[in-house]
Design a protein around this ligand. Sequence first.
Ligand code: NAD
Length: 510
Amino acid sequence: MALFEEISSESDRRRFNIKSPVTLESIGEFESATTEEVIAAVGRARKAQREWAQFSLADRAKVLWRWVDAIVERQDDIIELVMKETGKARNEAIAMEVMAPCMQISHYAKRGAKYLRTQKRRPTGVMRFSKKVSLVYQPLGVIGLITPWNGPIALVTNPLAQAFMAGNAVVHKPSEVTPFSAILLEELTQSAGFPEDLYQVVQGDGATGAALIDSGVDKISFTGSVATGRKVGEACGRNLIPVTLELGGKDAMIVCADADLDRAADGAVRGSFFNSGHYCCGTERIYVPEPIYESFVEKVVAKTKALKQTEACDGDVGAIFWDKQMDIIESHMADAKAKGAKVLVGGERDRSLPGYFFPPTVVVDVDHEMDLMRRETFGPVVAIQKVRDEQEAISLANDSDYGLSGNLWTRDLAKGEALAEQIVTGSVCVNDIAVTYGIPEAPFGGRKASGVGQVNGETGIRGYCHLHPIIIDTGKKAQGGYPYTRETAAGLQKLIRTVFGNRLLRWLFV
Ligand code: NAD
């Protein structure tokens, strides 16, 4: 049974129905925006942005703080709706979709003005005597935001807070399977007092996302799969607009021989099963040196068996958010089993529950011939591979098309930092699961197929700006230059020989 279905279409207006992955009952219907409606939304956003850009940074921050108030006040509505749409565990709905948005928005409300303060510079070299430089962070205009289904509030509020604080408007195309969360977000921004039309939602699937990229927006902020990211990158190239692509991952965890095995096993379980495994930086493959392998696996198995999965999603591991993902998980499991992998816990869809549930699963005897170790599974499955030593673990971790994040466990923190530098990925956490997205001081973004550009914090918010240099000449005399003569040409060449032919002078000159 498909959870997301097109039920009617008339030219490019289509009507969809979505069902809860937990109860399989309909949550509601919605219509996609037509191409004309997307273009009209961008036009309205452009007007609203002109008004918003006149707000001082301090006044923008006041509205962001009111937005946090609105989220705190309506937190029960957010939790219930997100659980209905996604089937994620209640505690995770609270932590990820209420707590994290409050932290993200508060961060930019408090620090945004500092990140965006105009910078005054004196040029180096001879220019220092006549020129002053101001670097002004100007908003880009209207941002097109395209988001996935695994964090329908948090993966929206984070780019929104940065884009708004920087003075932009946003037109948002949410995932087709979490449309109602975006409507609730629209209500929350309205009650916070953002100018009308500063944030607008255009509903639909990939076709609506593609229309948004072609609608005249000034930047695309995209989070989603590698396959879609390639199409989005191409379309942005055609439109000559900047883009950040936050894409999929196949994060590795490395357990060093000297690691605290209880902590590491906890990390393996949390990192793999958090958000039903629908976590872009989730741990998908674990490399463990031979001497500690048996004891580590034993601990992971015991901790996994203790996890609860319930029909009401009030246990530890929630439902699979979308049947499409269930198909991928099941196909990776079938491929691994056919190639000799051994399942120690879970391993098959739990059909005793009415909805889409896949139990937390531990798989061993895996290798890089299997999809489970090479392609993004994005489900509650952890695959553990025995390795000779830490160096083999690092080369296997790097043997991947992806490079989003990763984690490494050791008692020797200096060694941990040194080994982390050898892992070719967007970021690495030592002795914790991948938490980079939640730390704005750490720019977040993937390498290889996992993305283009970095987001969050100072780097991220400035990505929603054009850094506008204003150069002021402070001289009083006419600058002249004309007429050109043989003598002025010869004089210029002599200057080049004198200054750049002399090591000391060229050092002082620039
Ligand atoms: P997806 O790529 O299928 O869809 C993402 C969004 O793009 C949706 O809104 C979709 O409607 C839209 N879209 C589809 N085709 C489009 C097109 N041609 N042009 C424009 N928009 C289009 O991804 P998904 O299944 O919704 O999300 C899961 C993926 O997202 C996983 O790969 C996960 O790792 C990744 N993800 C990455 C991060 C990160 O920060 N790196 C965070 C969360 C999720």
